[in-house]
Structures are given as structure tokens and as C-alpha cells.
Design a protein around this ligand. Structure first.
Ligand code: NAD
Length: 526
């Protein structure tokens, strides 16, 4: 394992307050920030102070004054007023708002990427990639704004015209995870905006500054339109602001991205009040390697899958299933990768893996390693915490000839299980054995095996790849998982439809009242 430990330290004074990085100023971040906004920042929200911690240095980057009950009401009322305005605005005009946002994201891509890196610890290359995801998805959403019509269906009744209509739903609420502190907002919000729904965003308390920087961009864009309440922010405690948002029947749609445990609870509360849900929950993704595969490609897929983003992606690779004949080579090459991995300052261009989000996250990974050992797993590369500030942890590789129950759980940090398989059938069975169903990969050069894996009898996941890894996805395709991953789709494909009220409409110009299915209700009264 190579280490890089350069952490930048550029001090600057803003209004007499010491700020460590001048790019924060360009993003509108102050030493103490408001966590409540409806286009205008609420100057002194009622909630407690939240600190944003840099996981690479354990230093406080800046503070946020969180939202309280009165701030909550002010924000929801502004969003309700904005809903009336957006509903009247033609969809292509709503697309113009997204285009303006997109231009701002292009302009601030590097600074936003840097902030993401500093706040959640992913390497700068991936931080910028996250902002690029918003830029790319803007293109998709702007396209929808001109194409989101319903179908015209042939009517069975003479003189009738029938069509489907997609209209704004009302308010959309987004509760987002720490590991994609801006992109998940982007998927949901850009769809919601073109569909005509104001958004109320409750970001992760582990990444509040990333959300505040995005909100500043939204505010600037919406000044041009003179509309408040389209993009709203509520940073607040989970059991105060989060719980209230989930139970608020003024909000018809809740899009939740986070762990399965929290998401399933949120889902049941929302459906109990008649609301709609999009749930994007935890993954536990497997990569199968057949003996005929290009091993170099498979190792690259695994390497990014379990050490990229410090294995803190919902699509990260947790389980590798190589065929028996190649299991030894695969294990050796994975261990070689761990030894060559560059861990350190996530802003440094050579770094491949930054820190985990918190001490709690690091302890959780170490606990999983311990459990795997107790269950009979053989540790072939044991990751240790780095002896320095920051929540750094080397990756761990565990080899096992049999399935371990710990492999059924998502561990959000760098641990990979390798289990040899007899054949593709066994690989598919093990891939499908867990409750989660997000991403899956097969490496093979055999066309029949590839189609088998992609068939209804193959992988049961929402994402099924051949010869590319589990981690990451293109923004145009329907992204999301099945089973306990929540069945949600927040981007690509037909995801936009979830943000709409869907109606079937009929106009009768026949001068008669024929009933559908040919029912002759009036036969005795003609
Ligand atoms: P988390 O479940 O701890 O938190 C997610 C969000 O829920 C945060 O904003 C948190 O503040 C909020 N929250 C927590 N308790 C709440 C409550 N009672 N009411 C309302 N809101 C509440 O998840 P995390 O640690 O931030 O993120 C990691 C998890 O997210 C992993 O399981 C990962 O797989 C998953 N994830 C899934 C996807 C996907 O697309 N499927 C994408 C990113 C992350």
C-alpha cells in the first residue's frame, strides 16, 4: 500500500473570520451557515449547530445552524406557493430553469467537486465526476421537458378521443444519503423541476455544506425568474425535521436515498398516509468471473468496485465469485492491488482511496471483518487503520470456500469476500441469495453465459452488467435496485413519471353516450 498524505492548508480571512479554503467563499459558504432556505435564507434558524467535519483531517470545515419547527412551516408554505406558479408554467419553460442551473454547475464544477471531496472524502476525480453527473442529467431532463407527453390510445367507442396526461404532482421531498451529497439531489430535482414540482431537500447531516453550495446556485438562478420556493433546503435533525417531512401529508412524493433500515421505515410511514415513495436503498453487489473471462478486465472491475470511493457506493462490489480454476489467481491479483493502492489525501491527484466518512463507519467495517473471521473466513489481506488523523482504513480481503452469513449484509467500507464457484449456475444462485438487489456483474467471453446472466433466470438485480464492474452507472439508463434495495428509479428511463400525476382523459364528440365494453344500460328506456 502506498500512502500520500499531503493535505492542503490555505488560510484566508473572510469578514474577519478565518476560513481555510478560499474556494468555499466562491460557493457562498461562510463560517456559520443557515440550514433553512426557500430561495431566501432564513437568517437565524431555530435549530442546533451542526458541524461539517472533513473526514481526511477530522477538522471542522464550517458550521450550520439547523432548521426548527417555525422554519419548517415557512419553507413548506413557500413551496406550496411555488407549486401554483410551476403548475401554470409550460414544461419547456421549466426546462429553461434546468438549462440555467446546468450552466451554473458547469461554471462551478471544479469548486463543487472539491467541496464534495473535502466533506465526504471521495477523491477529487470522483468529486468532479459527481458534479458531471448533474450536468449530464440536466441534458436528459431538458429533453424530457419537450417530450413528456402521454400516449394517444385508439378508443373503442365511436366519436371518442382518449389520451394520457402527465401533470405536476405537487411538492416533492428528497432525503439523501451522505455518499452522493449532490448527484442524488440532481437526479431527483431536475426530474421534479421539469415535471413542475417544487422540491424540499433534507440532505445528510454528514454533508450539509455540499447542499448549501447547491442551494446558493439555485437561489441565483431563481432570482432571474423572480420565483421563491421552487428549490428549498431544510437541514435538520432526523427525528425532528426528517420525521416531520416523512409524515407531512401536504407532500405527496417522498424520494428517499439511504440505508435499507431507515428507508423501509420511511416507506411504511409514507404509504400509511397515502403518499408515494421512491426508495433507493442499500446494495450488496456481486461480481462473477468465469474461467474464460479476460482476467485483467475483471481485476480492474473488482479494484474500482471495492476500493473506489472507499467502497462507499451503493453499487460497490462486496462479493467476488470466481470459478474454481481461477480463484487462486484472482485472489492473488486482488491482494496485489491492495498492496499497490495509494491511500491518502483525497485532493491529491495520485490518491486512489480517501478516508471513510466517520470513525463509526470505520469501526463498523472492522466489526464485519471480525465477524467474518468468527464465521470461518480466511483473511488474506488485513486492512489496518492508518496511524494519522482522518478515518483512513486499508482494504480487507476475505477468502471463504462456503457462504458466510455476514456476506448477506451491506458493509459500507472496503471489505471484499471471495468465494470460488463450480459454474455460472452457482454464481447466479449466490448473487441472488441476498435480500438486496442493486447491481451485479459477470465477466465472461462466452456469449451463451452472458445472455443466461441477463435473462429472467439470471441475476435478479436492477443493474446487470457483462464485462464491466458493478460500481457506477450511466445517467441515461434507469438506475435503481430491486428487492430490499427498494424498487426505486430516480434517474434515467421512465423515472420522471413518478414526479407526475398521471391521468387518462376522454373527450366524447359523438353526440351519443356509448358505454365501454359495449354495455347497453339504456336498452329498456330508448
Ligand atoms: P442513512 O440511511 O443513514 O441516511 C440517509 C438519509 O436519511 C440521511 O439524510 C439521514 O439524515 C436521513 N434519516 C435518517 N433517519 C431518518 C428518519 N428517521 N427520518 C427521516 N430521515 C432520516 O444512509 P447513509 O449512511 O447516509 O447512506 C449510506 C446508505 O445509502 C447505504 O446503505 C447505501 O447503499 C445507500 N445508498 C443507496 C443509493 C441507491 O441509489 N440505491 C444511493 C446512495 C446511497
Amino acid at each position: 500500500m502506498k500512502a500520500v498524505f499531503i493535505i492542503e492548508n490555505v488560510r484566508k480571512s473572510i469578514g474577519g473570520v478565518q476560513m481555510k479554503y478560499d474556494f468555499l467563499e466562491r460557493l457562498g459558504i461562510k463560517k456559520v451557515n443557515s440550514g433553512a432556505c426557500f430561495g431566501e435564507w432564513i437568517e437565524k434558524p431555530e435549530g442546533n449547530i451542526l458541524q461539517s467535519i472533513n473526514p481526511a483531517t477530522e477538522e471542522v470545515i464550517a458550521e450550520v445552524r439547523m432548521a426548527g419547527s417555525q422554519d419548517y412551516e415557512q419553507v413548506i408554505e413557500a413551496a406550496e406557493r411555488a407549486a401554483v406558479i410551476l403548475r401554470r408554467m409550460p414544461a419547456p419553460k421549466r426546462g429553461d430553469i434546468v438549462r440555467d442551473l446546468c450552466n451554473e454547475f458547469r461554471r462551478h464544477k471544479d469548486d463543487l467537486g472539491r467541496l464534495i471531496t473535502m466533506e465526504v472524502g471521495k477523491i477529487y476525480e470522483e468529486g468532479k465526476g459527481e458534479v458531471q453527473e448533474i450536468i449530464d442529467f440536466s441534458d436528459v431532463a431538458i429533453g424530457h421537458a419537450r417530450m413528456m407527453g402521454g400516449r394517444v390510445t385508439p378508443s373503442e367507442r365511436p366519436g371518442h378521443f382518449t389520451f394520457e396526461s402527465y401533470d405536476p404532482l405537487g411538492l416533492a421531498e428528497e432525503i439523501t444519503a451522505f455518499n452522493f451529497p449532490q448527484a442524488v439531489w440532481g437526479w431527483n430535482t431536475l426530474n421534479a423541476t421539469v415535471c413542475g414540482d417544487p422540491v424540499i431537500w433534507k440532505p445528510s447531516l454528514q454533508a450539509p455544506l455540499s447542499a448549501i453550495a447547491v442551494q446558493h446556485i439555485c437561489n441565483r438562478v431563481m432570482k432571474k425568474y423572480s420565483i421563491e420556493g421552487v428549490f428549498n433546503l431544510l437541514i435538520g435533525e432526523d427525528m425532528i425535521i426528517g420525521d416531520r417531512l416523512v409524515k407531512d401529508s401536504r407532500i405527496p412524493l417522498v424520494s428517499f436515498t439511504g440505508s435499507t433500515a431507515v428507508g423501509l421505515r420511511v416507506g411504511s410511514l409514507v404509504t400509511a398516509r397515502g403518499g408515494e415513495c421512491i426508495l433507493e436503498l442499500g446494495g450488496n453487489n456481486a461480481l462473477i468471473i468465469l474461467a474464460d473471462a479476460n482476467i485483467d478486465l475483471a481485476i480492474k472491475g473488482l479494484a474500482f468496485g471495492f476500493t473506489g470511493t472507499a467502497k462507499q457506493r451503493c453499487t460497490s462490489t462486496s462479493r467476488a465469485y470466481p470459478e474454481e480454476d481461477i480463484a487462486g489467481i484472482v485472489t492473488d491479483r486482488v491482494v496485489d492491488w491492495c498492496k499497490s493502492l495509494t491511500i491518502g489525501d483525497p485532493l491529491h491527484p495520485q490518491t486512489q482511496m480517501g478516508p471513510l466518512i466517520s470513525e463509526k463507519a470505520r469501526a463498523n467495517v472492522l466489526r464485519s471483518v471480525q465477524k467474518a473471521k468468527e464465521q470461518g473466513g480466511e483473511v488474506v489481506y488485513e486492512g489496518k487503520p492508518l496511524d494519522r488523523k482522518g478515518f483512513f482504513l486499508e482494504p480487507t480481503v476475505i477468502y471463504t470456500k462456503k457462504h458466510l452469513s455476514i456476506m448477506e449484509k451491506e458493509t459500507f467500507g472496503p471489505i471484499l469476500y471471495i468465494q470460488p464457484i463450480h459454474d455460472l449456475e452457482e454464481g447466479i444462485a449466490l448473487n441472488n441469495k441476498v435480500d438486496q438487489g442493486l447491481s451485479s456483474s459477470l465477466f465472461t467471453n462466452n456469449l451463451l453465459s452472458a445472455f443466461h446472466f441477463l435473462s429472467a433466470e439470471g441475476s435478479d438485480c436492477g443493474i446487470r452488467n457483462v464485462n464491466c464492474g458493478t460500481s457506477g452507472a450511466e445517467i441515461g439508463g434507469a438506475f435503481g435496485g430491486n428487492k430490499h434495495t427498494g424498487w426505486g428509479r430516480e434517474a434515467g428511463g421512465d423515472a420522471w413519471k413518478k414526479y407526475c400525476r398521471h391521468s387518462q382523459c376522454t373527450i366524447n364528440w359523438s353526440g351519443e353516450l356509448p358505454l365501454s365494453q359495449g354495455i347497453d344500460f339504456f336498452k329498456n328506456k330508448k
